[in-house]
Design a protein around this ligand. Structure first.
Ligand code: XMP
Length: 560
């Protein structure tokens, strides 16, 4: 074990004297309480070696944790203000300081448990995290004359530890995103890599016994060519963390946490028909069996025949299941609303109403399970970092505070492909696991403008043709998400000898890894032509089909 008692700490010559106390609660658990807005700390020391990621507000913090999981090491994200004690509870093998929007040269720097460094643990600072180390250790940081955003060529100057295995391969591409840079290294540090604009693109301490490292670039993003290797070097070689973490162990630990959290209370799960809620339900069912009741709400804006098909799938699983047909209620509440955010909020409110009333029927229900994923969280909750609210995803930020059920969100820190791997671990069918994501507000946000019965019919029919054809041409699994959108315009056409003035369908198909960024799918022209033909011929009221060729960013996947 790396921890030494405070009385036996080696003298490190650190200049850090003021140890910041913990002022905020931990952000460790995936189980959060909605009621109080606080997070319940159910963290327990894992049986696996653990790396702590201290979050300074970077939009990439979860990606760092994910890369560590990919290196099969358990990781826990804590708020940057976590106390030394709350870090110690996890018996970490090492610490990563994330990037963040603050500047060490400005005021309002987040406080953090600097004293942890005295305990001899390896620390890796990334971007802002590196500047924190450099600044605290006596280096000089200033605003860079030229800010560096995007790709840069990294030249490794020291191929030991962090860059082990990466020398002799020439410069490689890394992803930079910083406005400050290190002008003078702290005493006892050396530069170990450079780019054209950053003479100190990476550094390490050469003081005997200290294991402090810094990277100015982001090893966690896919654009950094050897990023995963660099993080693995830190985690496996420098921290000597054993690669024992697997999806199976995640499942096992999560089941334990769910049991511990809910005790003997009843739990409701909102099934949407997507893989996320299904995995969350299956996992919770393993944990608490018949204490779980799954509820599927037909909100009147599902895809064609979807409610019926899903009912069949849910019945085949052994958990308690209820289907609530609330389509009339949802449609009435939507009324003539056209504003996308209002539609989301209306649907969110109706969901909560229906769940509340179901909960009362079942009795003693205190928890609601949701399959919220990390990209939902990052895009929904106003984050301290640079990621602003883009859309209110009803299952996270849009839930009214009056809701009386507490949330259990066991997938809150995972990305979609990780959830699919978890689904496999749980034995779900491939059809379920590879279902395209479907937004909670359903077709209401794919009918631009007002949702009417006739518009729903047109969209459902067009969408069904598109999806069926994707399946039969073996293209469904090759796309991350594909659907039709009904535009709020009409165009002129000619059918037979008559002039038509009818609706436009846009087809949207994207490829993506996690839904946070996406590119339009290069579907074969012949295929698109065939689908357009079928839609125009078979869907009454549509006389034009277009294909959306925008990527995310700057567009989003959904149109509203
Ligand atoms: P955007 O449109 O934000 O979508 O690029 C990213 C992913 O999120 C899904 N999405 C939603 N999911 N409630 C959900 O549960 C929502 O309000 C919502 N809006 C978008 C979208 O389908 C895509 O997979």
């Amino acid at each position: 074990m790396m921890w030494s008692s405070p009385g036996r700490l080696p003298t490190t010559g650190l200049t850090w004297s003021n140890v910041s106390p913990c002022r905020r609660p931990l952000k460790t658990s995936f189980l959060r309480t909605q009621e109080s807005g606080s997070e319940e700390n159910l963290s327990m020391a894992s049986s696996h070696d653990t790396i702590i990621v201290l979050d300074f507000g970077s939009q990439y913090t979860q990606l760092i944790a994910r890369r560590i999981r990919e290196a099969r090491v358990h990781s826990v994200i804590l708020d940057s203000s976590a106390s030394v004690e709350s870090i110690r509870v996890h018996h970490p093998r090492g610490i990563v300081l994330s990037g963040g929007p603050a500047s060490v040269t400005g005021s309002g720097r987040p406080a953090w448990a600097k004293a942890i460094v005295r305990e001899g643990l390896p620390v890796l600072g990334i971007c802002y995290g590196m500047q924190v180390i450099a600044h605290e250790m006596g280096g000089r940081i200033s605003r860079a004359r030229q800010r560096e955003f995007g790709r840069a060529e990294l030249r490794v100057e020291d191929g030991a530890d962090l860059f082990r295995g990466l020398t002799g391969i020439g410069p490689f591409e890394v992803w930079m995103s910083h406005g400050d840079r290190i002008e003078t290294l702290p005493p006892g540090f050396k530069a170990i890599a450079r780019t054209r604009n950053s003479p100190v693109a990476a550094m390490k301490s050469v003081h005997n016994g200290r294991r402090l490292y810094g990277l100015q670039f982001h090893p966690e993003v896919a654009h950094t060519v050897h990023g995963a290797r660099i993080l693995r070097n830190f985690v496996h070689r420098i921290c000597e963390a054993r690669p024992t973490w697997t999806m199976g162990s995640f499942l096992h630990d999560s089941i334990g946490r769910i049991r511990q959290r809910v005790g003997r209370d009843n739990v409701l799960c909102a099934l949407s028909g997507g893989v996320d809620s299904m995995v969350a339900a299956a996992m919770t069912h393993r944990a608490i069996g018949s204490q779980l009741t799954c509820v599927f709400i037909d909100n009147g804006v599902m895809r064609k025949h979807e409610a019926r098909q899903l009912s069949r799938v849910f019945r085949s699983h052994r958990f308690n299941y209820r289907m609530v047909d609330a389509s009339g209620q949802f449609r009435r509440a939507l009324g003539r609303t056209t504003d996308p955010e209002k539609k989301r909020r209306i649907i969110g409110r109706q969901f909560v109403k229906v769940f509340d009333s179901e909960a009362q029927k079942i009795g003693n229900v205190r928890y609601l399970v949701q399959g919220t994923l990390y990209p939902d969280v990052i895009e929904s909750v106003r984050h301290r970092g640079p990621s602003a609210t883009i859309k209110t995803h009803h299952n996270v930020g849009g839930l009214p505070t009056r809701m009386r059920l507490k949330l259990v969100e066991p997938l809150r820190e995972l990305f979609k492909d990780e959830v699919r791997a978890l689904g496999k671990e749980l034995g779900l069918s491939d059809d379920m696991i590879y279902r395209h994501p479907f937004p909670g507000p359903g077709l209401a946000i794919r009918i631009l403008g007002e949702v009417t019965t006739d518009r729903l019919r047109m969209l459902r029919d067009a969408d069904a043709i598109f999806l069926t054809e994707l399946e039969s041409h073996g293209l469904y699994r090759k796309t991350w998400q594909a659907f039709a959108v009904l535009l709020p315009v009409r165009t002129v056409g000619v059918m037979g000898d008559s002039r038509t003035y009818e609706h436009v369908i846009s087809l949207r198909a994207v490829v993506s890894v996690d839904g946070m960024t996406a590119d339009w799918a290069r579907l074969p022209h012949r295929f698109l032509g065939h689908v357009a033909n079928r839609i125009i011929n078979e869907v009454r009221g549509v006389n034009r089909v277009v294909y959306d060729i925008s990527s995310k960013p700057p567009s989003t996947i959904e149109w509203e």
